[in-house]
Design a protein around this ligand. Sequence first.
Ligand code: SF4
Ligand code: SF4
Length: 311
Amino acid sequence: MTKQSSVTKEKVLFGKEQNPSNILPQKLTLDSKIKFRCHPGVKCFTACCGGIKIILTPYDILMLTRRLEMPAHEFIGKYTTPTYLENTDMPGVMIKLREEDDRCPFVTPEGCTVYSDRPSACRYYPVGMADFHEGGTRDADGNEIPGGEDKFFFVVKEDHCKGFEEDKEWTVREWREDQGVDVRDEMNREWLRLVMRRKSFGAQAELSRPAKRMFFMASTDLASFRRFVFESSFLDTYIVDDETIEKIKNDDVELMMFSYKYLASALFGVQTLTIREDKLKAKINEMKAKQQRSVMKSIQDYEQMKQASNA
Ligand code: SF4
Ligand code: SF4
């Protein structure tokens, strides 16, 4: 399998790389027709399950850990390897391929052993979606300006994939329904937006190490994120209504959606969560004191420099 194909399954998840040669140039809509079918009878069956980079979203990890009845930290250690997302400094994980044959640990000659819970990238393939709403831009004051909706679909056509030689024709909408990607779209959207935001604004500031650690923890291990919410000063800092608290206590999907809001607020200053006023004031005072200390230090340094040059 070529290096190009290793880009492909990541490509289908994020959908925003510069036109690799195996991406057909047409912009498709939900009603566009594609001729494609993948089934155990194709000559290339499971050819696309090796030599690939499959990024896992938080929902992918949740579904796979439920399927394998394994805690997230164990799953992450056994089946994944760390990576950076979309050439940013945001840490994530991808499936760790088998050392002996460079193939996905879930593939067998009979097919995918986790098929109904397979990751989003595997579901989307070979039809990707580009959503240019994800990144947004900032005005002169650094406030986010949401981009206009500009969503389209595209087909990734690789030489080894014989599914395009099958005579099944359907619309992109029908293909997506068949693959069950609508739920994935919904579950992944805000997380993908976090990554695309970072990609859009990346050069302006570096994410701190604690911010990166928090993003990684919330994105890969919901049990740890739940402990962070309920066993730290989190609920003393943020205003969270009782209904939400009840939901996120026991429901992993609700907690995951909540984690996206928290990350948008903590990492990008998006107004998705409200900080309690007393905490906000304390934070502002702390920042003012820090700024004051820094000004005083600069004045002292300057005075010392002056004295030294006059001596
Ligand atoms: S998870 Fe399943 S579909 Fe995806 S690469 Fe692995 S074996 Fe193939
Ligand atoms: S037809 Fe394409 S998607 Fe299906 S197994 Fe073959 S390479 Fe993979």
